[in-house]
Design a protein around this ligand. Structure first.
Ligand code: ZN
Length: 80
């Protein structure tokens, strides 16, 4: 009988390019810049929501965005 309850492989093992946020969330690297931008912004907003202080939330969002963008460029360089 086939095992049908196999855990899905983490993306990192599928060979698809991903970037990993410092919170551990993996974001798939997309060839479409607009889609990539949306994915980053959606995730950045989820970080901002965790912070109640609007100034801290803005600073946190900024840090996460910078971090993710840096990782996107590192990953693109690694692929080329
Ligand atoms: Zn994150």
């Amino acid at each position: 009988m086939l095992q049908n309850r196999q855990k899905p492989k983490p993306r990192a093992q599928t060979g698809l390019p991903i970037i990993r946020c410092r919170c551990g969330v993996e974001i798939l690297l997309l060839p479409d810049l607009k889609a990539m931008d949306n994915a980053v912004e959606t995730h950045v907003r989820s970080h901002g929501r965790k912070e109640k202080d609007p100034f801290k939330a803005a600073a946190e969002a900024e840090h996460v965005r910078d971090d993710l963008i840096k990782k996107i460029f590192q990953e693109i360089n690694r692929l080329e």
